[in-house]
Write a protein that binds this ligand. Sequence first.
Ligand code: WT7
Length: 653
Amino acid sequence: MTEQSPALDNLLTESRTFPPSEAFSAQANATADFYAEADADREAFWAKQAERLHWETKWSQVLDWTNAPVAKWFVGGKLNVAYNCVDRHVDSGHGDQVAIHWVGEPGDSRDITYAQLKDDVSRAANALESLGLEAGDRVAIQMPMVPEAIVAMLACARIGVLHSVVFGGFSPTALRSRVDDQAARIVITTDGQYRRGKAAPMKVNVDEALEGAESVEKVIVVRRTGEEVPITEGRDIWWHELVDGQSAEHTPQAFDSEHPLFILYTSGTTGKPKGILHTSGGYLTQAAYTHHNVFDHKAGEDVYWCTADIGWITGHTYIVYGPLANRTTQVVYEGTPNTPHEGRHWEIVQQHKVSIYYTAPTLIRTFMKWGNEIPQKYDLSSLRVLGSVGEPINPEAWIWYRENIGANSAPIVDTWWQTETGGIMISPLPGVTATKPGSAQKALPGISAKVVDDQGVEVGKGGGGYLVLDKPWPGMLRGIWGDEQRFRETYWSRFADQGFYFAGDGAKYDADGDVWLLGRVDDVMNVSGHRISTTEVESALVSHPTVAEAAVVGATDPTTGQGIVAFVILRGNAVDGGDEAVQELRNHVAKEIGPIAKPRQILVVQELPKTRSGKIMRRLLRDVAENRQVGDVTTLADSSVMDLISSGLKSGK
Ligand code: WT7
C-alpha cells in the first residue's frame, strides 16, 4: 500500500488511518457487504455461519430469547465439538496436515497432525470414560502449555464433560476454590512446568490445593519435567499409564447445541471469582466465524500463532476451539518470550513461517522496551495479519507493532471481547476496515454494541459513556456456575429497562462513529491483560495477620497497562511498615491468589479516604498512586484524610 505522511511528532494524537492494500482486500475472507447482510437478517446470517460446522442434527430455530437473559442458540441442533475440531478434518482427507507445531521452552518440539490428534483425543476420551466420567461432570485442568492440555480439553468436550482450566500461575488456594465451586471429580495436571529456563513444580501445588477436597476422586499427572512427585495411592494416576494403552477408536456422541462445554473462572467486582459458563453450538459457531474472518485465516496455507495461555479465554477460543474448528496449522509455544533470549518469538515466527500472530499490548510494549534491533535480526516476511487483545492498545505500541513486526503492511486487528462474550465482538475486518491505531472500531457483522449514557441512551458521535451489547450473540455466556442471581445482577441489572448486557467498560465514539475502549469502569483492574478485582486483592491483604484494612487501585503502568497499588493500615501492635513487612505482604498476595496479583507497590497509611456511608474513594487513591493532584475531596467524611496520606507518604512513613 502507499504510505501516508508519517510526519507526526506526537503519536498520542495519531490520526492516520491505514486502509488495507488492494491485494489484501482482493483475497480477504470478509467483505464489506457482510455488515449489510447481517443487519438485514441477523438470524439468517448466524445460521449461515453455523453451517461452517458439522451438525449431527440440524437446529429447528436459530435463537430462542424468550427466557432472556439466558439465550438458546441453534435450538434442537446436535453436534460434537471435538468431532468438529478434529475428526472432521481427518474425514475430509486432511489427516496429514499439521494441527500443532508445539515448541517446548527448553528447545524440544513436536509436530502433531490432525490424524494423530484424533488418536490422542480418542485415547484420552476412552481413559476419562474408564474412570466413570459422564456427560455433565466437571474436570479441572491446571497445566502448562503442553499438547496434553489441549488433548485433555478436547477429550472432555468429546464426552460432554465440562472442563475448567485454571491458569498455571494461580495459587493452591485459588485452584481449590475453583475445584470446590464446581465440585470437580477429576483434576489433570503435570509434574512440573518450565518457566524462564527452569523446571518449577506444579503437582505439589495441586496436592496442597486438594488436601481434603471432597469432590476429587482422581488426579491425572502428565510427565513433563521429569522431577519426582509424591503420589497419593488410589488417587493419583500417571497420564501415560492411563491413556497410552487405550484404544484410538472412540465414537463421538452428538450433544445438544446448548450442552455445557466449559466453565472458566474470571474476576468480578467481589472477592469470589465467577464461573463463566459456555455452551456448545453457538460458542463454536462464533469462535469459528470470528477466527476465519478477523484473522483472514486460510486452512492449509496459513500458520497461525496465538501467544495466550489456555488458562484464559483467549486460549480457549483462539488456540483450541476456533482454530481447530477451522483446520488451522498453529504454533503452540510452552514458555516465556525471553527464554533463552529476547528474540524467541521472532525466531519461532521465522522457523515456522508464521503468517498470523495474535498477542497482547503488554507484550508488544515489552518488545518495544527490549529494542527494535531484536526483531530486525529475523525474517518476519511471512507475517500478514497481526492481532491484539486484552486491553486498549496505545497508539505508540500499535505503530511500533505495525512498523517493526508487520513491515508496515500487515493489517492490525485490535479485538475487543471478554471471557463472558466467548469470542471477538468489536474489531476491524482485515481487507475491509481502514484501521485506526488505538481503536477497536466496529462491532463485527452479526454483533451489536452501543455506547450509552447513564440512562441507557446512545450517545452521539464524539460522545462517551458505557459500552453495552444490545442484542444476544451466539457465544454469549449462559450463566455463572451455580449462581443465576449473580449472573442477572452483574450483567443485566445496570440497564435492565433496556435489556442491555453491561460489559463493565467505558467507551467513546469518535467523529466517524468508531468505538474506542477506555478501560473498566468498575472495580476490576487489568494487569497485563489479566482481570483482577480490587476486592480480591484487598481480601488477600486483610487475611494477613498484620493488616487491619486495605484499599487497592489499578494505577496506569507503562508496560502492564495497570499496576496494582495497595494502601494498607496495619494493626495497632503490628510491626512498623518497613520494607520487609511490605515485601512479606506482597508475597502473601502472590501466595493467596498467584504471582500476577502481586501488588507493584504497597503504601502503609494511617487512614483511608471514605465517604460518609463508608465507601472507600478509590478515585482519590488512584490520584495518589499516579502522582497526580488529588481530586475533589468534598464528599469525604473527613476531608483531612488525603492530606494525612500524602504527607505520610512524603515523610516516608
Ligand atoms: C476485559 C475482558 C478477551 C480476552 C482477554 C481478556 C479488556 C479486552 C480489549 C481491547 C480494550 C480490552 C476489557 C474487557 N479488553 N480486549 N481490544 N481493547 N480493552 O479477557 O479477562 O475477560 O477481560 O479486557 O476491559 O472488559 P477478560
